[in-house]
Write a protein that binds this ligand. Sequence first.
Ligand code: GTP
Ligand code: MG
Length: 518
Amino acid sequence: MIRTSRPPSLRSVATEPGDPFSAIMRPPAAESSDDRSARLQREANAKKISDSIDEAIKQDRERMKKRKEDVKLLLLGQAESGKSTLQKQFQLIYNPASLDEERLSWRVVIQYNIVRPVLRILEALDLFAEGDSDDDSRIAKSDSEKLGGNTAASVSRETLQPSPSPSMDQQLSTLRLRLSPLVQLESQLANRLGGVSVSGSGKGSVMVRSGWQARTFGITFGKSRERTSSAKGRFSFTGQRSALENAAPERKSVDMDGSEPPEPEKDKLVEEVAMVLMSCKDDARELWQHPAVKRLRENRKLRLEEWAEYFMDNIARVSAPGYIPTIDDILHARIQTMGVAEHVFDVPLHGRNVTWHLYDVGGARGQRHTWVPYFDDATAIIFLAPVSAFDQYLSEDPRTNRIDDSLQLFKQICSNQLLKQAHLVLFLNKADVLAEKLARGVKVKKYITSYGDRPNEVDAVVSYFKAHFTQVHTRNNEGKRVLYTHLTSVVNTKAMQSIISDVRDSIFRDYLKSAALV
Ligand SMILES: Nc1nc2c(ncn2[C@@H]2O[C@H](COP(=O)(O)OP(=O)(O)OP(=O)(O)O)[C@@H](O)[C@H]2O)c(=O)[nH]1
Ligand SMILES: [Mg+2]
């Protein structure tokens, strides 16, 4: 880079004999007074521009310096590991108004989280009724093509059961008929969420970019909602690094000044689904509690994901008129992240605020390449590994066990040179789902043969998985950094409050240490 000085015309023109610019910049000998004032005006304008450039450079430097002081926290882990749910818990602690503000926009996701499992149950019943007990190829085809790996339910490859009795058949066909208006709304809901199909994400799944809330929110509330803006939290979608460098848009706040919220505009689709849900809720509940469905679930021929079970269990409440999602509903709602979403919070430290940038990434294999640009200046990582996933396979690659994928991914993160300075936290997540699975009698050794004859109990299973993750860390720990491990259920708000404050303190300890060294 070369260093340049101000053009001489902008300083008092001192005509030095040896200066080649002097002659050029010197005013004409016979300059009229009009020409002189025009020239001085030009010079003043040029100086104004030059000063504003200097000021912008100065501000940029200050911003960069401040950005260096910010904490950058990456939430990493495979798809469905709980990253976005953890982000919501941070939001709940450090910017609760913004989560509150999003409540209504989650309705469409929750509706989708109900319609999908209803559809999956009906599809599973179809397979069941067809009852072709030995045709493995049909089941496998149906598994991968019809249901998709990343659906709200999957049907086991095990042998199907014989057909139910004719009266049961009759009941089920009636339910199917009555539920058809609901099922027909599935693709419209997926479109509303801006879903795109990406390879490996499973047929029929929906992925959204960060900011979808704002889009749905805009639809729900109309422009009047945009008036006030006082909340501190900000978010932006950052598909690429360059987009990140732009200032994150201010999140619009709601009623922080105590004024009445504007009357929500009706979202036609959401209202239509709500009406249909209301009229179908008894049928949906009957289907959910039907002995044939119960048997399929008990036999694990039909496996519903945790969010599907949660919303099916709560279908009456969620389908009631005027339903507004609770925080628990929002924490359980499932939508797949695409790209990298940045969320910004102010976190207090000894009487001042430190800006935290949380990066919530899409965890599916096809999304992982988008993480790398965020590695070089990461302060800390929380890696989420769902310990309940021992009996599940990747939707992107149905031959890979999810625990195995988590371990491989963790190894890559531990050994990554760009991340070697980052504070490392491991969440062994979905402890509640693990406990429930084990209580239902699902055997770990059936899926993880190396588990052998260890007790099929939570403590033993967690210790076993923890030992594996610790070993991966120890073997890939050139920098001798500490690994902080927590057993978590990130949907559990009360427990997460104290875990997040522990994590915050440990990140700040490292942060202050490194600041002291600078
Ligand atoms: N019961 C229970 N559910 C959880 C837990 N963690 C996450 N979930 C649920 O699992 C689903 C997936 O969680 P997400 O936070 O969307 O997963 P993610 O890691 O962001 O997934 P991608 O965006 O696809 O990378 C959501 O419906 C969550 O409510 C947990 O500890 N317990
Ligand atoms: Mg996510």
